[in-house]
Structures are given as structure tokens and as C-alpha cells.
Ligand binder design. Sequence first.
Ligand SMILES: [Zn+2]
Length: 357
Amino acid sequence: MTSQRHAQATRRTFLARATAAAAIPVTAGLFAGRAEAADATDLPDYAAIPSASLGPALNAQGYYVGQIKGNLYWVTDGYYQAMFLTTRQGVVLVDAPPTIGRNLLRAIEEVTQANGRPSTVTHLVYSHSHADHIGASVIFGKDVVRIGHAETRTLLRRDGDPNRPAPTVTFDDRYVLRVGGERLELTYHGPNHSPDNIFVYAPDQETLMVADVIYPGWVPFTNLAVSQDIPGWVGAHDVAMNYPWKTLVGGHLGRLGVRADGHLQRQYIADLEASTRDAMATVDPTPFFQKYGPAGNGWAIFKTYLNAVAQQAAAPVVAKYTGTLAAADVYTVDNAFTMLESLRIDSGLLGPFGIHP
Ligand SMILES: [Zn+2]
């Protein structure tokens, strides 16, 4: 058996075991097979994940597929999400996360077998160019119509990744995709998480898909979703909430979102910003300059001062959201650091590094 096939067999075995043992949360599947050989004893402990943050159990293949409304469905592996519409002419898929990979084909087959619609994926919409959301595009072959923002095409031509062919149908502001009696509205509202991240709205199903902005039940992924434009990303929450959706597909983790998830994440961001502003105003920079200034180590001053501000900013936010938003204790310091950097370089709140008197 090749090592790759062995790894796949190990993963399948583990997934089957994880599914059989109901006490193991859905998110145990993907990486846990590797943990068997590793020493995890020195790794930190974190607060328990609120049960409301977890999604439905995965099947033996490691995925869950569910109906959102009408002909609109979603798929998850507990880490990533995709969405698809079954139409009279074929399937419209939004995103192809590599961790779900060929389980996308299984999920689509399962649904179309049941509803009698054609199973061929005829259209693949790219939410944005990032490999973790669209890196399994290649498995849909040459004939699928790939649709995305013009900037997505530019970025993917630069990246040259054979697993992510650049979209051939592109748009700048808005594109209405009509296939086999179904409809999706693709809209670009400016840069946020990435320069090309779009909003995909299914009006008949009152469902919005936007990746890497709102994380239902969880704090955002590290450094405010490693967003390239933080003011744009914060503003994208308002853009998302201005759509009249009832269901949100956030692209990550194991469950769908409801409107309360959007309100809660906006509150988390607002609290984080207020706490970061407060920490900037109260952490005394003097000791950092005293310790590292004489040796001329400017980076040590920046690192230790900014880390101290981020730590102080995060503490009350972690305390408030632990037990409500999963992993508040995992990523809030990193999120505070990015909020701090954005307040410094975007808002011009430079603290001890402002205009010299
Ligand atoms: Zn991304």
C-alpha cells in the first residue's frame, strides 16, 4: 500500500470510528488520524466548544449534506462549506474546498439521486481565489463553466495553480446567474477578506453565501480572518446584514448561520475595537523603550509593546465571549493584534509612534 493510500485508509478508518462514537464531535474527523502518532501532551488546553457552535454529525465518508430550501443545498466536513443548486439543466456549485474534495461529488450524487435532477456540475462559482475554498476546482474538469470576479481571474493567472483554473466568465460589479430555472445573484462590494471576495445571494431561498466574513458560533479565524483590508472586512458585516437573508453559508466550520450569528459577530468586533482603543490609551510604553531602546532594538520595542496592548485588549473580550462564541480563547489575542494594527495604520491611532512633538 502506498503511503498516500495508507493515509487515506487511516483517515477512512478514523472517520468511520469517529462517526460510530457519537460522543466525538464532528470536527474530530479530518486531522485526528495524524494525531495518533504524535505527542500531543504539551499542547495547550482550551475552553470547551459550546454545543450550539457544532453542526450536524458527519456520515462515514466524512461529510454532511443538507437542504437549505427548495433546490439549494450545503455540504460541510466540519471545517469548510460549499453550497449547490440543483437545476433542470445541471448543478451550480459555489466553491470547492479541497478538504471536502471528492465528497462534493458524493454529496451531489446523493441529492440528485433523491430529487431526480441531473448530477453534472455545469457551473462552478468562485467566492474568491483562495486555495482553501476553491482548491478542488480541478476535479470538475474542463467543461464546467467557472464564474468569478475579474480580480479572481487576475489573481489565479498570477498564482498558476493547476488545481484552480481561472474563471472564464467574470464580472466587475454584479452578475445574475440563471440556470435551469434557478437563480443566483453575484455581487462585488469592494475588497474585504481578499481583494476579490464576492457575495452570492440566492433570493428564492433567502440565503447568502460569503466566505471568511461571518463565522456562525465561532470567533473569526486568526487575525480577523487574515483579511487583507480590515476596514473593508469590518464593513462587509454591514453589507452582509443588509441582505434580507434567513440562512448564511459562511464557508467555514460545521453549521449554517442565522441572523443572530451576524449580530453577535458584529458585537464581538465592536467590543474588540473598543477594548483595543482602551488598551492603547492605558498601556504605558515607557518600560518597552527603557528595556530595548539603549541597545537600539527597535523591533523588540514594537513587538513587546504591541503584544502587551493586544493581550490587554483581548482579556475582557475573551472573558465575555467564552462559552458563547467557540474558540474565543484561541484566537482573540491574534484578532486583537490585527485590530490594533488596523487602528494604527488605517485609522492613524499611532499612540507612542505618532507625530513627534
Ligand atoms: Zn480566503
